[in-house]
Design a protein around this ligand. Structure first.
Ligand SMILES: [Zn+2]
Length: 351
């Protein structure tokens, strides 16, 4: 049989098979069970109908629920199993390339047990380990609904909404350290979600030399940063520092409102404040861009100084300073993609 005949025969065979695509993509894998297979203490349901295996850990769960949420598993389960397929305690086995940690995070969502039942929005209860594992596995196994939910927690934390970011009482459902932003960058690329990137780089630039080593997920494996991203962060940090210095200086410029009711007095108060600029800069670098903290407010510093000096600005100057602070923060916000040499996500700019 020459090559043309072979190709033609293959085409005919493929055309006669209504499940040809799924056959090729979702055939039951031939499991090679590890000899030291152990039951997962959290997910081994005695009446479970399938055993998922990650490394040497078996998870006995329910096929019905898996296929309900995942076209990947649905296609796999509807394929007839080969006669010699391996079974564990009577259940078919699916060997996965994921880690037990990752799988556990996903199964906690799909099969809530007594310890993790959730109802409604919980504040800052999700870790990056959990969010990252669910996003990666939901993406891989085509669980669109789960992917959207996990991604929304990430997008909420690394928001592209300036007004949300500067809220004093900002609520988020996940929590993360600066170094976790490395994972956020990777997830943004995996899921084509560029809106996450500016704040993720901003956070990563607060992680210092840790970015050289990557971040450790689930205490088990280190996720490195790509060389090009490392360059963006290392070059971006001094640019960010420069932009923040300028912002703080402009916010505290001793210049009263045009409508000031007592410009000599207000100017004296404002000038006195410039002596405290180092303190404001400490605040800017100490908390303002720290993860989980908003752009912060300098207005409470104004208030603190008024308390200690007993001198209060006129209402018009107070309002002007508040507005000035907001405008300066907007300018810095708008510049973040440029600072980290990123393509600006659509809708990033705030007027
Ligand atoms: Zn005034």
């Amino acid at each position: 049989m020459n090559m043309e005949e072979f190709k033609s025969r293959k085409r005919r065979r493929a055309a006669s098979d209504p499940n040809r695509h799924t056959c090729q993509r979702f055939a039951w894998p031939e499991p090679a069970l590890p000899s030291n297979l152990v039951h997962d203490p959290e997910f081994w349901f005695e009446d479970g109908s399938v055993v998922l295996v990650a490394l040497n850990v078996g998870f006995r769960v329910y096929r019905r629920i898996l296929q309900e949420h995942s076209p990947f598993f649905k296609d796999m389960f509807r394929m007839p199993q080969p006669a010699n397929a391996l079974k564990v305690e009577g259940c078919p086995v699916v060997v996965l390339a994921d880690t037990p940690h990752q799988l556990r995070h996903m199964l906690r969502v799909l099969f809530p047990t007594g310890g993790n039942l959730r109802f409604g929005k919980q504040e800052a209860t999700l870790t990056m380990d959990a969010v990252a594992a669910v996003i990666r596995l939901a993406h891989k196994y085509q669980m669109d609904q789960l992917l959207a939910q996990a991604l929304s927690a990430l997008m909420e934390f690394y928001t592209d909404d300036f007004y949300e970011f500067v809220k004093q009482d900002r609520k988020v459902t996940m929590t993360a350290m600066p170094i976790d932003a490395i994972t956020a960058i990777s997830l943004a690329r995996l899921t084509s979600t560029p809106s996450i990137l500016p704040l993720a780089y901003l956070h990563a630039s607060c992680a210092g030399s840790q970015v050289l080593h990557g971040c450790v997920r689930d205490g088990a494996w280190a996720e490195p940063l790509a060389y090009a991203d490392l360059v963006r962060i290392i070059d971006g940090r001094p640019a960010l520092t420069h932009a923040m210095d300028k912002m703080v200086c402009r916010i505290f410029k001793p210049e009263t409102s045009d409508a000031c009711s007592d410009s000599r007095r207000c100017l004296r108060i404002m000038t006195a404040r410039t002596a405290d600029l180092p303190e404001y800069l400490d605040m800017a670098y100490g908390t303002m861009f720290a993860p989980g903290v908003t752009l912060g407010s300098f207005t409470h510093v104004h208030g603190g100084i008024e308390l200690t000096t007993g001198m209060r600005l006129c209402e018009r100057c107070r309002a002007m300073l508040k507005e000035r602070e907001l405008e300066e923060k907007k300018e810095l916000w708008n510049d973040i993609p440029n600072i980290f040499n990123l393509e600006e996500p659509e809708g990033w700019q705030v007027e």
